[in-house]
Write a protein that binds this ligand. Structure first.
Ligand code: KG4
Ligand code: ZN
Length: 355
């Protein structure tokens, strides 16, 4: 079964082919540099760029893979959550392709796709617990199978990556600042008492990072000397010690917060076999090391997709769509794009038996 995956939920336009659970070919156009000029993703520009890239990228994918549109069995598309205008470009393209080729349409939950991506590189054992941490999302899921996800917790305000990016911006670092901030943190000495571990005084698995961002803002206002360095700072080598120490303390506060809630989830779901980490923030060195430890302590194994499968990509969408199609699901042409903050409806239908 040949499944095309389409990704356009934020600032990456991606298309990929998965056949019988294996990646055939993938193409990706990133808009990061353009949005970097504005210090964050500009939704209207993102939609226009997806529209500009989608057709040529599809042609490129067919050319590189040596396959033709008529060979597609399934067209899977990220239908949400994400930026609505951006999602609409992918969903409309998918519907057109499905109509034109007769391939089945499958709308994919972008968050589920992130967590399934590890399955492209090695077998995932279920039940699994998934932590997705990206620029747009922070959530914990229980995964009972590739098609059965239960949301256990999510952020109530900023995503973890967003907190990294906003703090980086506050410090005058280039956007998106998470990676550089991580690099600076590795050179600094963390003070565990400097910033709070927010939203712990409850018994749920949700997160809230906006207060942490405010705490960093207050610290910087009281210690303006940490901002005294030559801009633009692009390499961690050029950073003063005070800045590295601040980054280390902030980094530790975010990672501690994620780990405390994840440990709570692991205690409540002691039957899980794999712990899955996905999303752009999965590149964070401290987070990876701490989750390795957490997984060992709870008798499960950590699975992390390689970096190209951690950030937004279409291979994960094609793979998730292939699982759904193989289990007999499809969408009608009424499949909607769903923006961030709204729950995805359970509106898949069983494929009609042939004949
Ligand atoms: O998954 P992704 O591409 O996010 C979305 O577009 O939603 O991940 C990008 C996010 C950005 O917020 C970026 O700053 C963050 O992941 N990030 C990191 C690191 N590398 C990327 N955050 C912390 N530490 C890193 N090493
Ligand atoms: Zn994503």
């Amino acid at each position: 079964m040949l499944c095309l995956g389409i990704e356009s939920s934020c600032d990456e336009t991606g298309l990929a082919l998965v056949e019988d659970g294996r990646l055939v070919e993938a193409v990706l156009a990133t808009q990061a540099d353009m949005h970097g000029l504005f210090g964050g993703v500009v939704p209207e520009l993102a939609s226009r760029e997806h529209y500009r890239f989608m057709g040529p990228l599809f042609d490129e994918l067919m050319r590189r893979s040596g396959r033709s549109p008529a060979e597609l069995d399934v067209v899977a598309v990220s239908r949400g959550p994400g930026l609505l205008g951006a999602l609409l470009v992918g969903v409309a393209f998918a519907k057109g392709l499905s109509l034109g080729t007769g391939a089945r349409l499958v709308g994919v939950n972008h968050l589920h796709a992130h967590l399934l991506a590890a399955g492209l590189e090695g077998r995932l054992a279920f039940p699994a617990l998934g932590l997705l941490v990206s620029g747009g999302h922070t959530c914990i899921y229980r995964m009972d199978s590739p098609e059965a996800f239960t949301a256990l917790g999510r952020t109530l305000d900023d995503a973890a990556g967003e907190a990294f990016d906003k703090v980086a911006k506050m410090l005058g670092l280039p956007y998106p600042g998470g990676r550089l901030l991580d690099g600076l943190a590795r050179r600094g000495r963390a003070d565990a008492a400097l910033f709070p571990r927010p939203y712990m005084d409850n018994d749920n698995l949700d997160f809230s990072f906006s207060g942490l961002k405010t705490a960093v803002g207050q610290y910087v206002a009281a210690h303006p000397d940490v901002l005294e360095f030559a801009r633009p700072l692009r390499h961690a080598d050029d950073a003063p010690a005070a800045l590295c120490d601040l980054c280390a303390s902030f980094n530790l506060a975010v990672v501690d917060t994620l780990c405390l809630k994840l440990e709570r989830a692991l205690r409540r779901h002691d039957d899980v076999r794999h712990l899955v980490l996905a999303g752009g923030v999965a590149a964070n060195s401290l987070l990876r090391a701490r989750l390795e430890m957490l997984a060992r302590q709870h008798g499960c194994e950590l699975r992390m997709p390689s970096p190209a499968l951690c950030t937004d990509n279409a291979a994960m969408v094609a793979y998730a769509g292939w699982h759904l199609a193989a289990a007999g699901w499809e969408h009608g042409l009424d499949c909607e794009a769903v923006p961030r903050g709204r729950a995805l409806p359970h509106d898949m239908r069983r494929v009609r038996p042939a004949g």
